[in-house]
Each structure stands twice: as structure tokens, then as C-alpha cells.
Design a protein around this ligand. Structure first.
Ligand SMILES: Nc1nc2c(c(=O)[nH]1)N[C@H]1C(S)=C(S)[C@@H](COP(=O)(O)O)O[C@H]1N2
Ligand SMILES: [Mo]
Length: 319
């Protein structure tokens, strides 16, 4: 993938115009789906339809890609308000600190309980899986949120090719370990590398995205280049950045945050206004770039897509 200069970043108004066009094209085939910030997702009046053949340099629109009428968070906020503890516990310095992070060469190893383990060079991975645009809300456990136009491909596609065996019950994500480049990894305050995990059915859900770009451009380093995951119905920390290894495992993985503060951060970490964080309420959130607070929705507004995964589970106990 080519290096981009900041002058090549699509200005937001250009991007938005193009998106409106794409949305128009998508809407013809899909019917319009409207989700708003403060109301639960209006039930789509038709099931998600496969991508249309609309030609776009960004991606093919899908039902999800066009599924929000919410205002996008600005490129500047998405790339300068970052949680990335390998670099810093402060958000603002991350962009500058991550500027020279090396994302090539890069490999992603897919293994564990699979019939077809493989190690992909990142550019082969990008070529193999067609990129789509998905506009998702991102809700951080700290009580703020953004609306981000990601590009990427469903993790399910990668997992199907890996062909999990019957022993595979969870997916474990491992982020890069590179203390020379990442000052946050130079002490043992956290147990590095960053580990996250999903149950296999969560990982296979169509919403779970391998993210390789945003605003139609390659993923900026501070947002997890060259590849991160986006799991939009869970708190942001479940969406690990700079992934180097994906393992299918039998046991529930222990994440970095479960290790650091087990009472505060559980394995599931579904966005849930009914379960307060031990130190703050989760009933509202601040949309970055906007004033005031809006209501936090269960599963971050994606209940129609994912609530069935938790039938019969107590999500207060299984936080
Ligand atoms: N490897 C790694 N992944 C990570 C984090 C991190 O510190 N390290 N922070 C998480 C948190 S808390 C959030 S809210 C999101 C932030 O993603 P963004 O900076 O692209 O908005 O990334 C998540 N993924
Ligand atoms: Mo977060």
C-alpha cells in the first residue's frame, strides 16, 4: 500500500459528498436505513442485502455502510483523540508519537485450532479480502463516542478460510510487541502485549470488522495501522489495534484489561447502560465534537444484529 501525505487526505466535505452519492446508490438497492443517536435503531424494513455493484474507490456500500444518518466525527478528532496505551496514556500525544511507527513489513498470523493456518503479509491480506465501508459508532468505556467511517472486511471471511476445528470456541487477538517503538511497553505497568478476545460466534458476526482504513484512506498509525478490529457493540477497548496474531482457542482469553482490573473490565464488555462502571455511570456519553451528552444504547444501538448472541445470559454477571 502506498504511503500517503497529509495533503492527500480527502477533505471531509469532498468525502462527505462522495459518501452521499454512494449512499444514494446504495439506497436504491437497499431501502434507507436510519439510525439516530438518541433513538434505538429503527427496525430495518428489510433484511440486510448484499453489496450493490456501485463502483467506488472507497468500498462497496452495504446495508451497514449506509446505516446511519448520524454526523460523522471529524477526521481530525478521530486521529487526534486516541487511546493507544502502547504509546501513551494521554490521548493527544499519540498521533505524533505514532508518526514513524513501522507498519511494513507486517504479517498477521492466523492459527490455533484451525485446519488452514496461515501467515499473511499485510498487503496480501488487503488484496485477498475486498474492502467495504462500514460506518460504526465507537463507544469508549470512559463515556465518550465517535461515528467513524471505517474501511475493512468481515473477520468472518478470514476465519472461514482458516477453517476452525471443533475445538475452537474463542478468538484471541494479539497486538504488536515493540518496546523500541512504543514507550508504553518499556515498563511492566501493563502486561504486554495487548490481548483481546471474542467468543467464536461474536467473531463470526457480520458486524465484526477487520479495519484497514478510515475516511477512505489507509488506517492512520494512531488508529491501529496496519490492521485493527472493530467490534461496534462492545466498549472500544475490545477493538485491538495493530494486530499481529489471531488464534482460535478453546479457553476464554484473558485480556490485558481483565488482567489489569478484573472488577472493571470483563471478557464480554458489551456496551450496557444498565451496568455502571464501578467508578462511573454508563447511561450517557459525550459525542466527540458535539456538546452535551446523549443516551447510551444497549449494545451501542446494534441490538438487532447481536442481542441474540446473548439469549439467556445475564449481562450484569457476564460483564
Ligand atoms: N493495542 C491497543 N488497542 C487498543 C487500545 C490500546 O491501548 N492498545 N485502546 C483501545 C481503546 S480503550 C479504544 S477506545 C480504541 C480507540 O480507538 P481509536 O483511537 O481509533 O478511536 O482502541 C482500543 N484498542
Ligand atoms: Mo476505550
Amino acid at each position: 500500500m502506498v504511503k500517503i501525505h497529509s495533503s492527500e487526505i480527502t477533505p471531509e466535505h469532498v468525502y462527505l459528498t462522495r459518501r452521499q452519492l454512494m449512499k444514494g446508490i446504495g439506497a436504491l438497492a437497499l431501502g434507507s436505513l436510519a439510525l439516530t443517536a438518541c433513538a434505538p435503531a429503527a427496525a430495518p424494513d428489510m433484511p440486510p442485502t448484499p453489496a450493490t455493484d456501485a463502483k467506488s474507490p472507497v468500498a462497496q456500500p452495504t446495508a451497514y455502510a449506509s446505516s446511519t444518518s448520524e454526523k460523522l466525527t471529524s477526521y481530525d478528532d478521530i486521529t487526534h483523540y486516541n487511546n493507544y496505551y502502547e504509546f501513551s496514556q494521554d490521548k493527544a500525544p499519540v498521533a505524533e508519537m505514532a508518526k514513524n511507527f513501522k507498519t511494513r513489513p507486517w504479517t498477521v498470523e492466523v492459527g490455533g485450532f484451525v485446519n488452514n493456518p496461515s501467515t499473511y503479509a499485510i498487503d496480501d491480506l488487503l488484496k485477498k479480502y475486498p474492502q467495504q465501508e462500514r460506518i460504526y459508532r465507537l463507544r469508549c468505556v470512559e463515556g465518550w463516542s465517535m461515528v467513524i467511517p471505517w474501511t475493512g472486511f468481515p473477520l468472518a471471511a478470514l476465519l472461514k478460510d482458516a477453517d476452525p476445528t471443533s475445538q475452537a470456541r474463542y478468538v484471541r487477538f494479539q497486538s504488536i510487541m515493540s518496546p523500541a517503538q512504543m514507550p508504553g511497553q518499556q515498563d511492566n505497568y501493563f502486561k504486554w502485549p495487548y490481548i483481546e478476545g471474542l467468543r467464536l460466534d461474536e467473531a463470526m458476526n457480520d458486524l465484526t470488522l477487520m479495519v484497514t482504513g478510515l475516511y477512505g484512506k489507509p488506517l492512520p498509525n494512531q488508529d491501529g495501522a496496519p490492521v485493527r478490529v472493530a467490534v461496534p457493540w462492545k466498549y472500544g477497548f475490545k477493538s485491538a489495534k495493530a494486530i499481529v496474531k489471531i488464534d482460535l482457542v478453546a479457553e476464554q482469553p484473558v485480556s490485558l484489561w481483565m488482567n489489569a482490573a478484573p472488577d472493571e473490565y470483563g471478557f464480554y464488555s458489551n456496551v450496557n447502560p444498565e451496568r455502571p462502571h464501578p467508578r462511573w455511570s454508563q447511561t450517557t456519553e459525550r459525542r466527540i465534537g458535539e456538546t452535551g451528552r446523549i443516551k447510551t444504547l444497549k449494545f451501542n444501538g446494534y441490538a438487532d444484529e447481536v442481542a441474540h448472541l446473548y439469549d439467556g445470559m445475564d449481562l450484569i454477571v457476564n460483564y
